[in-house]
Design a protein around this ligand. Structure first.
Ligand SMILES: Cc1ncc(COP(=O)(O)O)c(C=O)c1O
Length: 401
């Protein structure tokens, strides 16, 4: 008999946890509950008017009404190459760029371009939730490298070397990090770049949070320390210009990888919406430093969140230096004293359910990031909501400890 169930591969993929939590939080809100959601990984700002206006103009231009090329509009590829050269310190040209439907698709398509079945991908944990699922879909095997709050959630060359095998094909490197907000120093990145270079493996540098670094931290692109024939950069405008819903990202790599991505996209998605591409052109042409304006607001909220969370009983909270997430280690409150439907709470999956049910606060459990025992808070929400949500958690846990 024909097997009419979904494929084994797709049956093994689970829904993105942050998206699932966000959907549940929205459902509860629509039922009138006063939910405060720390789950969504996106700025709470609106897309700026200079971008939406450009998109409206683009809608009226017939040249945008038709198919365009699978790697993006030539002028957008040029603008992305110039932008990336500017912030990374490595020089790129339009031919190195493939535009995709969001950073997510850029990551998946480049993984698909370089991985053969059974190739290993070294992935420092905690990691962004979609990497392991995408690696699996692209035929690879994830080799996680665990880090903890003591190291500021940063991996070392010694750890990477222990994880390396003859099948290692690629390292995924994300600084600033989602979910931890950690940012590697230039020296640390140079050392990792040297290790990548010596071992002739690919590095995929996910630079989607490069605009969001705080205090004395600064962004360094690993592209400065690895040869071009081992480099993939993925990025997009979702976070920096609030284009999350517009789906606009890109990959930068070698001619062979860009050619493979072009062929793949030509069969799977065709071109990215021309309206979104025109919006991206407006974003990249702007010189008002819109990301810098958001950074100032996020920085204020980062400090508010840090000050409150570090006073919650049992929470160990490294101060994040980047992105817009804070990632407390909460293992001390998983001793079973808290109860969910009468059962002892011993995991962050249970704790996040308890917090949503008891105090209407949505957070993402560390399990989603390969780091059970932690919670991810996005502080991209209004200051008063931020304070109230964190205080609800503090009061709840204080009354139980
Ligand atoms: C680390 C990281 N990379 C890539 C993405 C993808 O962003 P998008 O597909 O919206 O461009 C995200 C989004 O949450 C992310 O956190």
């Amino acid at each position: 008999m024909t097997d009419l169930t979904v494929s084994r591969l797709l049956a093994s993929v689970s829904e993105s946890a942050p998206q699932a939590i966000d959907a549940l939080a929205k459902l509860y809100s629509s039922q009138g509950r006063p939910v405060i959601a720390f789950g969504a990984g996106e700025p709470d700002f609106d897309t700026p008017a200079f971008i939406t206006e450009a998109a409206k103009r683009a809608i009226d231009e017939p040249k945008n009404h038709h198919y365009s090329g699978p790697t993006g509009l030539p002028e957008l590829r040029t603008a992305i190459a110039e932008y990336t050269s500017g912030y990374s310190g490595t020089s790129f040209s339009a031919a190195d760029v493939a535009v995709a439907n969001g950073g997510k698709q850029a990551i998946f398509n480049t993984l698909s371009a370089v991985l053969n079945p059974g190739d290993e991908v070294i992935l420092p944990a905690p990691y962004w939730t979609s990497y392991p699922e995408q690696i699996k879909l692209a035929g690879g095997i994830t080799v996680p490298v665990e880090t903890d709050s003591e190291s500021g959630y940063k991996t070392t060359v010694a750890q990477l070397e222990r994880a390396r095998t003859p099948r290692t094909k690629l390292l995924i490197f994300t600084s600033p990090s989602n979910p931890t907000g950690s940012v590697y120093t230039e020296d640390e990145i140079r050392a990792i770049g040297r290790w990548v270079t010596e071992n002739r493996i690919w590095v995929m540098s996910d630079e989607i949070y490069h605009d969001f670094v705080y205090d004395a931290a600064s962004f360094t692109s690993i592209s400065r320390f690895v040869p071009r024939d081992q480099l993939i950069i993925v990025n997009g405008l979702a976070k920096s210009h609030v284009l999350t819903g517009w789906r606009l990202g890109w990959a930068i790599s070698t001619p062979a990888v860009i050619e493979a991505v072009k062929n793949f996209q030509s069969h799977t998605t065709g071109n990215v919406s021309n309206i979104s591409q025109r919006a991206a052109l407006a974003a990249l042409a702007d010189n008002s430093d819109f990301p810098g304006q958001m950074r100032a607001v996020f920085n204020r909220r980062r400090l508010i969140a840090y000050d409150i969370l570090k006073t919650v009983p049992g929470f160990v909270v490294p101060k994040p230096l980047g992105a817009f997430y804070i990632f407390p280690d909460v293992r001390a409150v998983l001793d079973g004293a808290l109860k969910l439907n009468g059962a002892p709470v011993t995991s962050t999956l249970q704790l996040s359910t308890l917090l949503l049910e008891e105090v209407d606060v949505a957070v993402v459990p560390g399990e989603a990031f390969g780091a059970p025992g932690h919670l991810r808070f996005s502080y991209a929400l209004d200051d008063s909501q931020l304070v109230e949500g964190l205080e609800r958690i503090r009061n709840f846990l204080t009354s139980h400890y």
